[in-house]
Structures are given as C-alpha cells and as structure tokens.
Design a binder for this molecule. Structure first.
Ligand code: SF4
Length: 341
C-alpha cells in the first residue's frame, strides 16, 4: 500500500485525488471532452415484459436519463449539432462523446443500432461513443458491432450492475444477476472494449459493507470482502492478481424519484441521512478503487423537481466540494486502500 498521495490533476485551482473521467479524457484527447446525452428511443426488456414489467424500482419513466435529446437515425445529426452549438460558447475547443443514456441502448437489432451509432459519428466533433446497457442485452451480433465500433472510434460500454447482491437485485426488480454481468464483462473485455460499471449506493436492505463489497467486486478485489464472500469474478481466472481491466466506475447514491415505483413500495425510504454520511461512505469506496480505474460519477444528477429523497442530493457542487475537501483534510486518495497489483 502506497503512503504517498496520488494527485491526479492540479488544474482548476485544486488538487484532484480521484481519477475523474473528465481529467482523464482531457489528457487523452488534449482538449476538453463533453458528453452529449442522447435518447435513442429504446425501451428495456425489464419494461416490455421480456424480462420483467414495470422496470427497476428506482427507474423513472424516461429510463434514467431525464436530460437527453430524443433522436432517431435521421434526426441525430441535428440534435447533436444543436447541443454542440449551445455548448460552443462556453467551450469553443471542446470535442464530444455521444452518450446513449436512456433505457437499454443495445436492445434492438444490430442493423438498427449500426445506423444510429454511425449517424452519431458523422458529426465531425463527435470523437467517440458511450453506450449504456444491461448486461443481459448484448447479443453476439451486437457484440460484433461493438467490436467494430471499438476499432473505429473511442468507445466505452456502461453496464448497469447496481449491486452484486442478488437478493437486492431481486427486491429492486432488476431482472438480471451478477452472473449476467460477469458474462458480459468477460465477453466485452476479451474483445478489448472498455467497460464502465454502474453501481448504486444506498439500495434498500443493504448495509454499508454490502455496498463496499459491490465496489470491491467490480474492481475485482473480492479477497478484500468483509462480509458475504462471493465467488471471484471469472475474468481473471488464469491470474487473479492481474491488474484490473475495468475502464471505469460510476458510483452514486440512490435517488428516489417521482415516476418510479420505489416511493410507493418503500414509502419514506431515505438512502442517506446527510451529505456527511454519504460523502464518508463514498470516500471509503473511492479508497478501494485502484487508481487506474476512471471514475465517471460520484454524485447523483436527478432533476430537482423529480427528486423525493435524499432531499439534498440535487446539491451536486456542494457534495463534490465536500468530497474533495474531506479527502484533502484526511490526506487520502483513490486507491489508498486498494491492493498493490
Ligand atoms: S434502470 Fe435500466 S434496466 Fe432498469 S428499467 Fe430502467 S432502463 Fe431498464
């Protein structure tokens, strides 16, 4: 375990002790990179009856992407142009990643996906794609398309795992399991495709140690489990000590939102009592994440009018500042408690 703090970025007048994707992309591309949220008009097998109905209990009608522009292959170019025009005053030199965010963005025939993803790449300032999906929705044809896209552009695939605990997954009606995730992760990574794993902190019924075990599992350090030991992920079957191949991790608190089923089934449920409680746990999680893994989110971003709980989670800037302040004060950093690999 290293004793020297790792500082990932010193720009913007502050030390960044987390390997945030924004800074990583800036170094990688040599300029600011902005994600453009796109709603490709998909649905989800957990809504249309294929795997389940009603969706994950925390998911809003929009499929967890309330800020995205709705597009199809013929309108995506105009939508991207419009978003870029709005942002170019603020960031005239920026490049962009088209982020297919809403619902399940590989849940369609590969030909349809091909048309949509390639149409996004025709915008000359779009330098890559980010595609959010479920781990049980990557057919062999889709995998082949993703492999092809990965050779042509900068790509990551975001897999919604949310929790490694199957009893929570069942209670939240996720209708997928940890082994679905393991399988997709292995299939994507074996083709060299970057994967970002999405976890939610504060799901009902989970202790903080259970949440941290999900982080350990996603980072492939199951030997550090403090509670319920799980089978190690099969990814490193040949060498369980090989460096983590996960590209990124997206972590945030559960947001209880209107237009989801959670409030009626868990009335008055509040995931964390205070910003202080959440930021303490988040920092413990970040300390476990090896420094090579990029961090894509550390706070929620539910629109304030839709938010029921926690009633402070819309204060994103305050939460981020508090995390960075506490990390400096405690002289800690991402990976401080991760094993040396
Ligand atoms: S969170 Fe994702 S997988 Fe769950 S219902 Fe919403 S779109 Fe489907």
């Amino acid at each position: 375990m290293s004793s020297d703090p790792i500082i990932f970025d010193r720009s913007d007048g502050q030390e960044l002790r987390i390997n945030m994707i924004g800074s990583w992309l800036k170094k990688e591309f040599g300029r600011k990179i902005v994600k453009l949220s796109i709603d490709g008009g998909f649905t989800c097998p957990n809504r249309d009856g294929t795997k389940g109905t009603g969706g994950c209990l925390f998911c809003s009608d929009s499929g967890s992407g309330d800020m995205a522009s709705r597009v199809d292959a013929s309108s995506i170019r105009t939508a991207l142009d419009d978003q870029i025009r709005l942002l170019s005053d603020k960031w005239p030199e920026a490049g962009y990643i088209a982020y297919f965010q809403n619902h399940t963005n590989t849940y369609a025939p590969a030909d349809h996906l091909r048309e949509l993803f390639y149409a996004a790449l025709e915008q000359p300032d779009v330098l890559g794609l980010a595609i959010a999906t479920r781990s049980d929705c990557i057919s062999d044809e889709v995998l082949q398309l993703l492999e092809e896209l990965n050779e042509k552009t900068f790509l990551w695939v975001e897999l919604g795992l949310q929790t490694i605990h199957d009893e929570t997954a069942q209670a939240m009606n996720l209708c997928h399991t940890r082994s679905d995730y393991d399988d997709s992760l292995m299939r994507l990574q074996s083709r060299g495709i970057r994967v970002v794993t999405h976890l939610i902190l504060g799901l009902p019924g989970e202790t903080k140690e259970m949440m941290l075990d999900s982080v350990r599992y996603a980072c492939r350090i199951p030997h550090l489990f403090t509670q319920r030991p799980c089978e190690p992920p099969p990814l490193s079957a040949q060498n369980p000590c090989e460096p983590p191949q996960l590209f990124g991790l997206k972590l945030h608190m559960l947001n209880v939102v209107r237009n989801s089923r959670l409030p009626s089934l868990y009335p008055d449920y509040v995931p964390f009592d205070s910003i202080d409680e959440y930021t303490d746990l988040l920092i413990r999680a970040i300390e476990l994440v090896p420094p090579q893994i990029t961090i894509h989110r550390i706070s929620g971003d539910a629109p304030r009018p839709a938010l029921l709980a926690p009633d402070w989670s819309w204060q994103k800037r305050t939460i981020l500042n508090e995390i960075h302040r506490k990390m400096r004060e405690r002289n800690t950093w991402q990976g401080r408690c991760a094993p040396t690999l």
